[in-house]
Design a protein around this ligand. Structure first.
Ligand SMILES: *Cc1c(COP(=O)(O)O)cnc(C)c1O
Length: 395
C-alpha cells in the first residue's frame, strides 16, 4: 500500500468541475487582483471566525509580517513567541529588525507554555521591550489562549495569533465569568491564516488572510497591503505588495464550504489512530505517545459543533524516531518531521542574539516527533496498515 503524507488529488476530484468553472469566471472577468472575489472571501472567512473583518493577503508569512508592521514592531523590539514552529513565525519578526523572545513549549500540546510566558513577562526590564505576543496554534490546536490573553491584558501587550495551521480550531476562554468557545484568530488584536496548499484550507498557490475586529488596525493593514498608499499614489507610510489574487479567492470560497466536513474527517481519523495504537499495545509500553486533544469537551454531545482540534497534523512522539521514519518511508508511508530544529538552533540566527533561556521541551519535540498521514480521505484500511507497519518496526 502506498500512503502519501497528504493526498490533494483525492480532495480535488469531487470539487474539480466547480473550481474550474469558478476559475473560468475570474479569467473572463479580467479582475485578477483583489476585487469582488477577494472581498467576498474576506467576508466569508471573517464570518467563519466570528470577527468583523478579513484582509486577504499574499501568504501566511505576509499576514504575519503586515500585522507586525501595523503594530509598529521595529528595530530593538521584542516579540514573544515559541521556538517550535514553522520558520515564518520568526522570519516575520527578524525581517522587521525586531528580536524574537522565545519561551519554551508545553510538552503535551507543543504550544507556547503560558507558565514560561508568565515567568518571562515577570521581568519588568524585559517586559518593557515586548511589543507583541505571538502565540502559534500549532498542528491545528489552539494555544492556551485563556491564560495567554489574561497575561496580555494584565500587561497591556497586543497579541497576534499565528493561526496558519489552525483555521477553525476553537478553544474555551473565560469572558465575564462565563466560558465561551472562540475560534483561532479571533482572540488577539488580529489573527493570521495561510492558504498554503497543505493547510486545512489550502489554495492552488500562495495566499493568506488577516482577521480582526479592530477597525483601525484593519484599515491600517489594508493600506500597508498596498504599499501604504492612501489615497492611491500618496504614501503616508511604507507598506508592500501583500495583495491576494482573485483566482485564489475563488478557489478558496469553493473549498471553504467543505472545511467543516474535512475537519470532522481528520478528527475521525485521529480518534481511529488513537484507538488502533492502543489496541496494538504501542501506547501502553510507552513506545508511542499519541496527540492529546486538550480542549476536547467531556462528552460527544457537548463536543458537537466544536472544532476543538482540526488536526492539520497528527503528531506522535516516539522512540528511535529517525529509524522509524526511514522504515515507514521504505514501506511507502509518507511521514515528515515538523520540525527537526528549534528556531533558536537555526544556522541563520546563530550569530544573532535571539534572547531567551533554554528550551528543553522544544528541543526534545524536535528530536522525538513524527507526523503521520491524517488527511480526511485516508481510509480505515490505510490507517491499519500504518499502525501495523509501526508495530512491525518495534517487534
Ligand atoms: C504555513 C505557516 C506559515 C506561513 O504561511 P505561508 O502561507 O506558507 O507563508 C506561518 N506560520 C505557520 C505556523 C505555518 O504553519
Amino acid at each position: 500500500m502506498n500512503i502519501p503524507l497528504l493526498d490533494l488529488k483525492a480532495q480535488l476530484a469531487p470539487l474539480r468541475d466547480e473550481i474550474v468553472a469558478r476559475i473560468t469566471e475570474v479569467v473572463d472577468s479580467s479582475r485578477y487582483i483583489q476585487g469582488p472575489e477577494v472581498e467576498n472571501l474576506e467576508k466569508a472567512i471573517a464570518g467563519y471566525c466570528g470577527v468583523d473583518f478579513g484582509i486577504g493577503v499574499s501568504s501566511g508569512t505576509d499576514a504575519l509580517l503586515v500585522s507586525l508592521m501595523a503594530l509598529d514592531v521595529g528595530p530593538g523590539d521584542f516579540v514573544v513567541t515559541t521556538p517550535y514552529t514553522f520558520f515564518a513565525t520568526m522570519g516575520s519578526i527578524v525581517r522587521l529588525g525586531a528580536r524574537p523572545l522565545f519561551v519554551d513549549i508545553d510538552p503535551v500540546t507543543y504550544n507556547l507554555d503560558p507558565g514560561c510566558l508568565a515567568e518571562t513577562l515577570d521581568n519588568e526590564n524585559i517586559r518593557r521591550q515586548v511589543k507583541v505576543i505571538l502565540p502559534v496554534h500549532l498542528y491545528g490546536q489552539c494555544a492556551d489562549m485563556n491564560r495567554i490573553m489574561k497575561l496580555a491584558a494584565a500587561y497591556d501587550i497586543p497579541v497576534v495569533e499565528d493561526a496558519a495551521q489552525g483555521i477553525g480550531a476553537a478553544c474555551p476562554i473565560e469572558k465575564n465569568g462565563r466560558t465561551v468557545w472562540r475560534k483561532a484568530g479571533s482572540m488577539g488584536s488580529c489573527g493570521c491564516f495561510s492558504f498554503f496548499p497543505s493547510k486545512n484550507l489550502g489554495g492552488m498557490g500562495d495566499g493568506g488572510m488577516v482577521v480582526s475586529s479592530d477597525e483601525k488596525l484593519t484599515e491600517k493593514i489594508k493600506i500597508l497591503r498596498n504599499h501604504g498608499a492612501d489615497p492611491k499614489y500618496f504614501h503616508g507610510i511604507i507598506g508592500g505588495n501583500f495583495r491576494l489574487d482573485a483566482i485564489q479567492a475563488a478557489i478558496l470560497r469553493v473549498k471553504l464550504t467543505h472545511l467543516a466536513e474535512w475537519h470532522k474527517g481528520r478528527r475521525r481519523n485521529a480518534d481511529r489512530y488513537n484507538k488502533l495504537f492502543r489496541q496494538a499495545g504501542l501506547t501502553k509500553n510507552g513506545l508511542i505517545q499519541t496527540p492529546v486533544a486538550v480542549y476536547k469537551p467531556e462528552t460527544e454531545t457537548s463536543a458537537e459543533g466544536q472544532d476543538y482540534h482540526i488536526y492539520n497534523q497528527y503528531i506522535i512522539r516516539v522512540r528511535e524516531r529517525d529509524n522509524l521514519r526511514e522504515f515507514l518511508l521504505n514501506n511507502s508511508i509518507g511521514v515528515e518531521i515538523y520540525y527537526p530544529l528549534g528556531l533558536h538552533q537555526q544556522e541563520c540566527v546563530k550569530k544573532f542574539e535571539y534572547c531567551g533561556h533554554g528550551f528543553p521541551e522544544a528541543e526534545k519535540a524536535a528530536r522525538q516527533t513524527l507526523a503521520l498521514p491524517i488527511y480526511p480521505e485516508l481510509t480505515a484500511d490505510m490507517q491499519q496498515y500504518v499502525v501495523d507497519t509501526i508495530s512491525m518496526f518495534y517487534k
